[in-house]
Design a protein around this ligand. Structure first.
Ligand code: ARG
Length: 460
């Protein structure tokens, strides 16, 4: 690119680029978001070039001066992003020519936009992964606060959305701690690949200049340089890893949103959402709708869509760089922005609902929820095989249903008719607290287990 605003390839390509193509293929409105990373990487690059005696000290300083000036202009919004400059890399290089003249041309020695864009993008992703990890820490803390307050809150645990076995509400909440901890770990796992430095791979085959890739690796906070220049510029696996990790996290949010919508419904009333996380109806004055939760439930579609877009771009794409790949940034930025907003909304929800303990308990009293406890009792006390105990219990439940009774309404006498060997202490089996607290197996819902787990998560 020279001062007369001619494109870099103007000497070779005489005709003007189709204006419609120029317009649609320009990515500057999207990748301008990488300006800080681009400048950081360029500074590290020219420092390395100077250290290796590829460019002079004077030119290195001149370039760095220009880059810092550009950075200031962008931050102060005094910089014009022109779509005709195609992308952030070309735009900054062009501006550098305007500021320091011909010497700007040394900046692109021993690099290509193919490795340049990747070093910027990976640095941005490392930073953004850290942001997500931090905000997920808050989410997990919010869950832990709810759990601590609800160790003794009894609710029905569901399978198939039918009452199954009683649980502590804290135990349910801690299930989400596990899910979001895995999301956080999935993002952390991605650092291994993200921290391989692409810079120095050139267009695809490396470079004949005596560069020092370890220098830029260290300088830019990477762990090691990538090992194969062709793979480096073709590889977008780290993009897929990010999109997958984000999709799983968004899916977890969606599952929670759906459960909370159900529990907040008039049929269930297990929780109540505060006014700041509901919206009204334009016609029905009584309504308080859980719109933020519905927003969260739906948003997962954004992550899934982006994941599949990227998978489709990569399918069948030969090595190494192709324009097809340029959309990776639009896809990742979109997923990131949506996910971080979703987690913020989720954090608001977690701080703004109340638990209707009585409703939870009342619902837990329905559906013969302690039937498994009775079957277990028969195994333990009468030494029956589990299947025999199961059948006896099924008959007891049938009896209850026929006589419109709950298991806990049964007298010892009634039970004895159905199972003559039964002892009087069977009655305690139908107590919900007793049932919950009996699940002492590791990871079960007993109160002691829950307390231990909360401690474990807090110390993690
Ligand atoms: N804007 C381009 C992208 O993001 C940078 C790499 C361009 N390389 C090239 N050979 N056209 O993919």
């Amino acid at each position: 690119m020279d001062k007369k605003n001619k494109s870099i390839w103007g000497t070779r390509i005489k005709g003007k680029t189709s204006s419609i193509f120029q317009k649609v293929s320009s990515s500057i409105e999207i990748d301008k978001r990488l300006f800080k990373e681009d400048i950081l990487a360029s500074i590290a690059h020219v420092e390395m070039l100077n250290k290796q005696k590829i460019i002079s000290f004077k030119i290195k300083n001149k370039i760095i001066w220009g880059l810092n000036k550009i950075q200031n202009q962008i931050i102060k919004k005094k910089y014009v992003f022109n779509y005709q400059d195609e992308d952030i890399h070309m735009s900054i290089e062009k501006k550098l020519f305007e500021l320091i003249g011909e010497d700007a041309g040394y900046i692109h020695t021993a690099r290509s936009r193919n490795d340049q864009v990747l070093v910027d993008f990976k640095m941005w992703m490392i930073n953004s992964n850290n942001k997500l990890i931090k905000i997920l820490d808050q989410t997990i803390n919010n869950f832990l606060k709810i759990a601590e307050k609800n160790i003794y809150t009894i609710m029905p645990g569901f399978t198939h959305l039918k009452n199954a076995q009683p649980i502590s509400f804290a135990h349910y909440i801690l299930a989400y701690v596990e899910m979001f901890s895995r999301d956080r770990q999935r993002l952390k796992n991605n650092f291994t690949n993200l921290k391989e430095n692409p810079l120095g791979s050139g267009a695809l085959s490396g470079t004949s200049f005596n560069i020092d890739r370890n220098f830029t690796t260290k300088k830019l906070g990477f762990k090691v340089p990538t090992s194969n220049s062709i793979d480096t510029v073709s590889n977008r696996d780290f993009v897929l890893d990010f999109l997958f990790a984000s999709s799983v996290c968004a899916m977890h949010i969606s599952r929670l949103a759906e459960e909370f919508i159900i529990w907040n419904s008039d049929g269930f009333r297990l929780i109540t959402l505060n006014d700041n996380i509901v919206t009204g109806s334009s016609i029905m004055p009584q309504k308080k709708n859980p719109d933020p939760l519905e927003f969260l439930r739906g948003k997962v579609s954004n992550s899934y869509g982006n994941l599949f877009s990227m998978m489709t771009i990569l399918k069948g794409l030969p090595l190494s760089y192709f324009k097809d790949l340029q959309d990776d940034k639009k896809i990742v930025f979109d997923t990131f922005d949506n996910l971080i907003d979703s987690i913020k909304v989720l954090n608001e929800v977690l701080k703004n609902f109340s638990v209707n303990k009585n409703e939870m308990l009342n619902l837990a009293k329905r559906g013969h929820i302690t039937a498994t406890d009775l079957a277990d009792y028969l195994v333990k006390n009468l030494n029956y095989p589990f299947r025999k105990s199961y059948q006896i219990t099924a008959k007891v439940v049938n009896y209850c249903e026929k006589n419109k009774k709950n298991l806990s309404d049964l007298s010892y006498k009634e039970l004895k008719v159905m199972e003559p060997n039964i002892k009087e202490d069977v009655i305690k089996i139908f107590d919900l607290n007793n049932s919950v607290n009996s699940k002492k197996s590791y990871a079960g819902t007993s109160f002691e287990n829950i307390k231990k787990m909360i401690k474990k998560y807090k110390n993690a």
